[in-house]
Design a protein around this ligand. Sequence first.
Ligand code: PGA
Length: 250
Amino acid sequence: MRKLYIAGNWKMNKTSSSAVKYAEELLKADIDKNVKVMVAPSFVCLADVCRVLKGSGIIVAAQNLNEHDSGAYTGEVSCEMLKDIGVNDVIIGHSERRLYYGETDSIVNLKIKKALSENMNVILCVGETLEQRESGLLEKVLHDQITIGLKDINPDDMKKITVAYEPVWAIGTGKTATPEDAQSAHAYIRSLIKNQFGSLVGDNTIIQYGGSVKPENVRALMDCEDIDGALVGGASLKIDQFLPIINVYK
Ligand code: PGA
């Protein structure tokens, strides 16, 4: 049985003080115990948010990491630095990283391997642009992002990987994929994982949907067979919007 996994990606929003205030409110909130919950603050807020949420069961994740151990990589953050402040989860390959910072599938693969080698859990983001979808490239894009992104990963390590399907045209635009379109992309991603790692791994892998998820549309998406959670950007920034998403079945 795949557990519902709702994650909030705060992107480049919130200061340490506003992040801590949010985390304190989340701690007090009435959250459905059957849901796995994560928030991903910016690097500078991570340590403070970890301190507040320690022992709560709410996961605190980084939005990125560097694929190297340490060294002359100005502006970058390593696994060791994250683990030292209690961060064991990371989002890798978000479309904003791919589009604005040139992260390729091969770099994504190196980052995932680094995270796994340090025993961290990963959310791997995949998804097509509008242009790719309209040119009939949806399956090819997802195929490459999954097969290259997860190349040479040990099937045993797949329990540490969540995949987030985030059509780029739906991120921050207010346009959500229809439940039918999202379900069909999720089913295809699951079939790719089954081909690469076997049926059991494919059946057990959590695949989140991301792209303008809101309290009003979350239920129809989560009701789809192959959608096991959500990666939420804009609507995760305000607790009164994030809570009803987490508590979609409560
Ligand atoms: P959005 O972002 O919910 O604001 O569309 C989703 C994401 O980028 O993870």
